[in-house]
Each structure stands twice: as structure tokens, then as C-alpha cells.
Design a protein around this ligand. Structure first.
Ligand code: NAP
Length: 281
């Protein structure tokens, strides 16, 4: 598995990880087995959130990582509505319990909310000092919101910004990714396959992906991941409840696209306009 340094943590983390949103709707057994298969194959970066299945998904992740917590870079998120100073600390405690662990590797604010950001960040620092989280980050933050967070916490504190990024939604390339690169903040691409809305094989873009996939003996999904990972500081967290999908995603780490291939994909999936605010999925 290709590993990269995860922002200010200095830790090497698998560039391709495992998302868990909506997993409670899939078969519990299948989802846990797929997560474990992913771990076997080096997809050791697991992303979850208190929101997912109202805590049910964190319990499933807890079961999947039981006995192998040391292998995992475990990330969860506090809901903005819970992100007061005290609420964040309490929410983290509930997540740790459901996950069956005594610490998170990274804890994120799920999206900007109405509690003062300074209070949420103070809670993150309190949790870090108490050893309950090893690092903290943000999610769905624009560049000016990130600048505000740096103004509060200082440089070098924000480990990552988790953002929507896939072939048909490249808005973060305009300003968010450059800002993060400049400030040493890792970018984690969520919904890297468009949350199930993957380019159809018959579309122009779908045909380009299929042709490049054929040349690599790969799948179109693997080519899509390889394209996102062309940014050296970027991570991606596809969700796979089918174990064969987890295996495909792990194998994508070995695919390197040439300049001409990158250019073809870039042309087939134009960057589109800059957008602001939390995307609606
Ligand atoms: P996604 O990863 O873009 O797409 C998931 C879909 O792709 C599922 O239907 C899955 O099928 C399928 N799939 C996975 N690997 C595949 C492969 N190799 N070949 C073919 N199909 C494949 O969707 P997502 O769940 O929206 O995003 C990923 C993760 O990002 C989430 O689970 C969550 O952890 C995180 N996220 C964060 C935020 C945020 O606000 N911070 C928002 C959305 C998502 P199966 O499941 O049937 O295998």
C-alpha cells in the first residue's frame, strides 16, 4: 500500500483508506468483513463519524478493528450541532466508547457550524492533551474558513481538511487544495466515486476511463482513484461494502498514470467552476 505523511501528524498513513457512510444500511456482516479484508490489504485508514447510522456505524467499525487497533489510523467526526467546547469533549467520549478504543488518530469537525470555532478547537486541543485524540482536523472547510481556523489555532495544528472530490466534482482544485498544500494540511477526498454516481460506461468520460483501464489491466474505478491521487499530499477514502471492491481499491495504489493519460482524463472531466459552502450530496 502506498503510504503518505498525514499532515502535521508526521505519521505515514495509507493513501487509500476506507469510508463507512451508510454502511449500516448494507448487511452488517458483509460490511465488517469488507473492512477487515481492506485492513488485510493495507487500507488501514478508516473514516467514520458519530452521524453515520446515529452511532451504529462506529459500533460496526469497533467490531471490525477489534484486536487490530494498532494497525489502524482511525478517524471520526463530531457533528457541528455538538461542537461546543463541552459538547465536543462529550461527543468524543461517546465515539470512543462505540469504537471500543481509548483514542482516535484524528478527530474532525464534520462541517462548519454555529458554535464558535474557537470553542471547538479549544476542545480538540483539550482532547489531544488528554491523549484521547492524536490530532484533529476539519471537513468541508473553504480556504477562508481554513484561514480563520489557522488564525485561532496557529500554523501546523490542522492535520487535514476532508472534502468532496471526484472526477465530476473538482471544485476544490481551484483554491482549497492549493491553500492546504501551502499550509501543510492534508487533503482527504471523500466520495471519490461520486457516492455511487460514477461516470456511466457509455458516456464520453466513461469511455476514456475504460480505455485507460484496459491499458493498465485495471478497472475504471481504479483509474479514477489513481487520477485523484496524482496530488502527492492527497488521500482518498472510498466506501466499499463488497470485499471485492475493497480489494480493487487497495490494488489501485499500484497504478501510476502517465502525463498523456492524466491529460485525457482532465479533458474528459473538466474542472468546472469554483464553488463555496458545504456541498449537498
Ligand atoms: P464513494 O466512496 O464515492 O462510493 C461508494 C460506492 O462505490 C458504493 O456503492 C460502493 O459499492 C462503490 N464502490 C466502492 N469501491 C468500488 C470499486 N472498486 N468498484 C466499483 N464500485 C465500488 O461514496 P461515499 O460513501 O459517499 O464516500 C466515501 C466516504 O467518504 C464515506 O463513506 C465517508 O466515510 C466519507 N464522507 C465524508 C463526508 C464528509 O462530509 N466529511 C461526506 C460524504 C462521505 P459497495 O459499497 O457495494 O462495495
Amino acid at each position: 500500500m502506498r503510504a503518505r505523511v498525514f499532515g502535521s501528524t508526521g505519521k505515514e498513513v495509507s493513501a487509500i483508506g476506507q469510508g463507512t457512510w451508510n454502511m449500516e444500511k448494507d448487511g452488517r456482516r458483509a460490511a465488517i468483513d469488507a473492512l477487515r479484508r481492506g485492513l488485510d490489504l493495507g487500507l488501514t485508514h478508516i473514516d467514520t463519524a458519530e452521524m453515520y447510522g446515529d452511532g451504529k456505524v462506529e459500533e460496526m467499525v469497533g467490531e471490525a478493528v477489534a484486536g487490530r487497533r494498532g494497525e489502524v489510523f482511525l478517524v471520526s467526526k463530531v457533528l457541528p450541532g455538538n461542537a461546543s467546547r463541552r459538547g465536543t469533549v462529550e461527543a468524543c467520549g461517546r465515539s470512543l466508547k462505540r469504537l471500543g478504543t481509548d483514542h482516535l488518530d484524528c478527530y474532525l469537525l464534520h462541517w462548519p457550524g454555529s458554535h464558535p470555532l474557537a470553542d471547538t478547537l479549544a476542545a480538540f486541543e483539550e482532547l489531544r492533551e488528554a491523549g484521547k485524540i492524536r490530532s484533529w482536523g476539519l471537513s468541508n472547510f473553504d480556504e477562508d474558513e481554513l484561514a480563520e481556523a489557522i488564525g485561532i489555532a496557529g500554523e501546523g495544528k490542522i492535520a487535514c481538511n476532508q472534502v468532496l472530490y471526484h472526477l465530476q466534482e473538482r471544485a476544490v482544485e481551484h483554491a482549497v487544495i492549493p491553500f492546504c498544500d501551502e499550509h501543510g494540511i492534508t487533503v482527504v477526498a471523500y466520495s471519490p466515486f461520486g457516492s455511487g454516481d460514477f461516470p456511466r460506461p457509455a458516456s464520453r468520460g466513461g469511455r476514456v476511463l475504460a480505455e485507460i483501464a484496459d491499458a493498465h489491466g485495471a478497472t475504471s474505478h481504479q483509474i479514477a482513484l489513481a487520477f485523484l491521487l496524482r496530488f502527492p499530499s492527497l488521500f482518498a477514502i472510498p466506501k466499499a461494502t463488497r470485499a471485492e471492491h475493497a480489494a480493487d481499491n487497495a490494488a489501485a495504489a499500484g497504478i501510476h498514470l502517465g502525463e498523456a493519460e492524466l491529460r485525457r482524463i482532465d479533458e474528459a472531466f473538466p474542472k468546472g467552476p469554483r464553488r463555496r459552502g458545504v456541498p449537498t450530496l
